[in-house]
Design a protein around this ligand. Structure first.
Ligand code: B12
Ligand code: SF4
Length: 550
């Protein structure tokens, strides 16, 4: 069955359809629940640009937020059926998360077999991964930002024209990889259309992503976000909130920018616009932002944020261990971190603490803290800082980062034929850690910290908080303070109960997974390679010695 798409151009040419797909996460992970009610902003931005292309329709299918479309026997979206209902002429696939790349290849091959041209874009596509993707079924890779590239690329693809004059692409020509020059980074964000979430099919949206900055000047060793920051105007960011609210009744937002408040004056202006808009519309947003700890000292900024109803701060603490922070190039001081967190708490924010456990130190750095002591340090810090919700992850050697280069040079990365990209989601060890740590103890340590934080007793606390509600009468003299305290306790117990279910579900999925067997094979290979390398060095030095003796 093929439903004819209704509208046609004046010239009676049938309209074309671009379908953008966000590939499913490989397994259940701590983000899966959130992913069911939000979506990746990149494909929405790209799709919105295509709206302005004459003769083209566009839709986005997010496999992680897919509630009522056709499904195949594996429970995943049935693309053959979707394609039978509405034939896409070109399919674009989001490659922003390395862990979803195996699924991206599957989708590309599936559509390739149906005769559809496939393109892909996102942060994963750097270095050798560009060529790999082209050899695994993707026809064209868009490198970097997609909004401008897509509107140049689509008409050329359909007309079968040469692509060599379009910047920011990679494709195969007679088996040879062609990479066109990089595209200049977008700076005039005001000229781009406001992201339009109505392109999303089969989804239920509760948390709407918004963005105002691209790039980050901080250069953390493990991070894939690179380049000088480029800022949108406060008015433009405000327009994204307003559009999502007025079209989709959005109230919960996640500002995906990595460092909120980087350009101070504009951020304060944005907060003012947000406050006025909510007053005008008589609504109250719930906004989460990612921010650095040192902004806690900026009293004016913090007050403006509260007035704008920014309620949750996601903070990359990364580690309470100074040597690890230094290796990450994180420019944070553990001694100050607790004090700064307290300032945010005092202002009334919920703190979502993001940590990396077991960061590998550079060669030559001597640091051999036993695992128990590391766990204790993390737990003590989390307790003292009164973190409200928590995520502890393992370091991920992401494509294109300094960390990956360093681990590769040291021969510590686990070979991909055993531990594939589907494990690159922060829950699995992916390299030989520093002694005395092992891959297994690292992973167990993270589970332990998360389990101790998200305990089943939180369910009792939910009930206790309900019972304690009438006690607010004792706060009548300072009702706002009493209410804020009650809300915080209530919010924490509800979220931590949710967290307990998530950790439990992840552990159950992990037990069924073959990861540990794969890990054992990978470690054997890495050791035999290290042994061969050591033998090779020994033979070389012996021969040199013998030659000298001779
Ligand atoms: C929001 C966010 C999340 C959200 C949602 C993720 C999502 N996108 O679905 C949540 C919280 C769930 C999340 C989780 C994780 N995240 Co995250 N996240 C981000 C963040 C902060 C913003 C993403 C965003 O919206 N950017 C704004 C949009 C506009 O940019 P964009 O996505 O790059 O899209 C542009 C281009 O790439 C391109 N493009 C993108 N797709 C396509 C498709 C086509 C066809 C075309 C033509 C072009 C194109 O055009 C877009 C517009 O210009 C980024 C950092 C960042 N600044 O990008 C990290 C980032 C994407 N996350 C990252 C990581 C590592 C993770 C985690 C593993 C946690 C961790 N350890 O850090 C988990 C992974 C979960 C999993 N299942 O694997 C890495 C990914 C690197 C990689 N190669 O995998 C990033 C880059 C941050 C970093 N530390 O380096 N994340
Ligand atoms: S981790 Fe955050 S602060 Fe560091 S480079 Fe990445 S985006 Fe910037």
């Amino acid at each position: 069955m093929t439903l004819e798409r209704g509208r046609q151009d004046a010239g009676e040419k049938p309209r074309k359809l671009l379908r953008l797909i966000c590939p499913a996460y490989p397994t259940f992970n701590i983000y899966s629940a959130q992913a069911r009610v939000t979506t990746a902003l990149g494909p929405i931005c790209v799709a919105t640009s295509v709206h302005e292309l004459p003769g083209w329709d566009v839709e986005v299918v997010d496999e992680n937020n897919y509630h009522f479309g056709p499904r195949g026997p594996d429970g995943k979206p049935d693309h053959k059926s979707i394609q039978r209902c509405r034939r896409a002429d070109v399919v674009g696939i989001y490659g922003g998360l390395t862990s979803t790349i195996p699924r991206l290849y599957e989708i590309a091959r599936l559509y390739g077999r149906m005769g559809v041209t496939t393109i892909a874009g996102g942060q994963h596509f750097v270095d050798d991964y560009v060529e790999e993707a082209l050899n695994r079924g993707v026809d064209v890779i868009v490198k970097g930002e997609g909004e401008r590239a897509i509107v140049e690329l689509l008409p050329k693809l359909i007309a079968g024209e040469d692509l060599s004059s379009t910047a920011g692409l990679a494709y195969l020509d007679g088996g040879r990889v062609i990479q066109t020059p990089d595209r200049p980074a977008i700076t005039d964000f005001d000229s781009l259309p406001i992201p339009d979430f109505s392109v999303l099919h089969y989804a239920k949206m509760k948390i709407f992503p918004v963005t105002g900055v691209r790039g980050c000047g901080m250069d953390c060793e493990f991070c894939a976000v690179k380049g000088k920051p480029r800022f949108a105007t406060p008015q433009r960011i405000m327009a994204q909130f307003a559009s999502a609210h007025e079209k989709h009744r959005a109230r919960r937002f996640f500002l995906v920018d990595d460092l909120f408040g980087q350009n101070r004056q504009e951020t304060i202006e944005l907060c003012r616009l947000l406050r006025e808009y909510q007053n005008e519309m008589s609504i109250r947003f719930t906004i989460t932002v990612q921010i650095r700890l040192d902004k806690a000292r900026d009293i004016e900024l913090v007050a403006a944020m509260r007035q704008a109803n920014i309620s949750t701060l996601a903070i990359g603490f990364e580690s309470p261990i100074a040597a690890e922070l230094q290796a990450m190039n994180k420019r944070l001081d553990p001694a100050e971190m607790i004090e700064l967190t307290a300032l945010y708490h005092k202002a009334g924010f919920h703190i979502h603490g993001m940590f990396i456990f077991g960061y590998p130190l550079p060669a030559g750095a001597s640091f051999d803290m036993p695992i128990r002591e590391r766990i204790r340090r993390f737990q003590r810090f989390i307790r003292k800082a009164r973190i409200d919700t928590l995520q502890v992850m393992l370091p991920v050697p992401l494509p294109g980062t300094e960390l990956t280069r360093r681990l590769r040079d040291q021969g510590r990365l686990l070979p991909r034929q055993f531990v594939g990209l589907e494990y690159y989601d922060g829950n699995f060890p992916l390299f030989e850690p520093d002694k005395p740590l092992t891959c297994e103890t690292l992973q167990a340590a993270v589970r332990l910290i998360m389990r101790r934080f998200y305990r089943p007793v939180q369910m009792v606390n939910v009930a206790m908080n309900i019972l304690a509600f009438p006690a607010l009468v004792f706060w009548l003299h300072r009702l706002r303070v009493g209410w804020a305290r009650w809300c915080r306790r209530w919010w924490n117990s509800v979220y931590r109960t949710g967290g307990w279910f998530i950790v439990r579900r992840w552990t159950a999925a992990f037990k069924k997974d073959a990861f540990l067997a794969k890990l054992a094979q990978a470690k054997l290979r890495i050791r035999s390679e290290a042994h061969t390398l050591a033998e090779h060095h020994k033979t070389k030095s012996d021969s040199r010695h013998i030659a000298r003796e001779g």
